[in-house]
Write a protein that binds this ligand. Structure first.
Ligand code: SF4
Length: 346
């Protein structure tokens, strides 16, 4: 998909979804641009009606990111959006109007070499499976997914991605663990409707992080209520913290304690904000004192260990200079800039 591979030895890919109405083409393109700068690799757009198909076509012409069309209820929209250049279709078999329609979309997608994500979620599980398993439990989600795989198996050349999301973290983890044992198709992982930035970040990090730590997951979305770029920042932090991918700044800052003699939170936040657009992998430490600070600061590419109204700037283990507190942020950022420039020229 436009150079973005999924599954196998490909890196775990980061997805998000535009929150603007797809029919508002300028707003959606602006969001896509911001998502791309934040490191998003695949963007999903809602396609609820024919006007959205036309808008999708327009958007497709104006971005190089792979675009996924999100289809509910009307399988004809899936067929139409394939015609205008969708790179992937996400459909929910629970509401697309039955197996024959799912098959029709799958055949058309396969003939165009376009993958489909079959998105199972708690709300899409068939009635008989809910009765059999006593609700949208992991077993029900998994059996529903296996049914879809069986249905789609005869479609030749079909490329599939599966997701089995639930808003409950344990249900999500258990469902993905089970399906990963039963299929080799790539899995898109995430905790659906995870919540506001605080709760959503925690819930997504626990659910997605647990799965990734077990080697499960080929693409992911962190679902947050709020600015879409926040989802991408959290996704990168999850991948970075597990050592799965490196991009941008890994900021280490100490929790502060009775030894801290500077306004460390302000310093750390200012540094984080100033560096959020940087894409090169970089480890930066902002530490509160001269007791444990130098150790961490030395281990970083660039760091500062703050003391009484001042800070020692470090670079790759070497102390460079001592600066007054009011100059710490400025000096640290200048040193980082110098470090990055030198990296580029070497
Ligand atoms: Fe306290 Fe220093 Fe540790 Fe920060 S680095 S928590 S100031 S001991």
């Amino acid at each position: 998909m436009r150079g973005v591979g999924i599954g196998g030895y490909e890196p775990v890919r980061i997805q998000s979804m535009a929150s603007s109405p797809t029919t508002d083409v300028p707003a959606t393109l602006e969001q896509i641009k911001r998502l791309e700068s934040a490191g998003c690799e695949l963007v999903r757009l809602a396609v609820p009606d024919k006007r959205a198909v036309q808008a999708f076509a327009e958007i497709r012409k104006n971005t190089s990111l792979p675009l996924i069309a999100d289809i509910h209820f009307d399988y004809r929209l899936a067929l139409q959006v394939l015609e205008v250049g969708a790179d992937k279709i996400r459909l929910n078999p629970g509401n697309i109007g039955g197996p024959e329609r799912t098959l029709q979309v799958a055949r058309e997608a396969a003939s165009r070499g376009v993958p489909i994500r079959v998105g199972i979620n708690s709300g899409s599980v068939e009635e008989d499976l809910l009765v059999k398993h006593g609700g949208p439990v992991p077993e029900a989600l998994v059996e529903s997914a296996l049914r879809q795989l069986e249905l789609l198996a005869p479609v030749s050349d079909l490329q599939l991605v599966l997701s089995l999301k639930a808003s409950d973290v344990w249900t999500t983890i258990q469902a993905y663990r089970s399906i990963s044992q039963q299929t080799d198709w790539p899995l898109h992982i995430g905790v659906t409707e995870a919540g506001t930035p605080f709760t959503g970040t925690v819930r997504s990090s626990v659910g997605i992080g647990a799965l990734l730590a077990e080697g499960i997951g080929d693409t992911l979305r962190v679902s947050l209520t709020g600015d879409v770029t926040e989802e991408v920042r959290v996704a990168w932090e999850i991948l970075r913290s597990l050592g799965l991918r490196r991009r941008g700044v890994e900021l280490i800052s100490c929790p502060t304690c009775g030894r801290t003699e500077v306004d460390l939170l302000r310093i750390a936040l200012q540094v984080e904000e100033a560096l959020k657009e940087i894409q090169e992998p970089l480890r930066v430490a902002v530490m509160g004192c001269a007791v444990n600070g130098p150790g961490e600061a030395r281990g970083a590419d660039v760091g500062v260990a703050c003391g009484n109204g001042s800070g020692l700037i470090f670079r790759q283990g070497q102390i460079l200079r001592k600066v007054p507190e009011e100059k710490i942020v400025e000096e640290l950022l200048a040193e980082i800039q110098l470090y990055l420039t030198e990296l580029e020229t070497h």
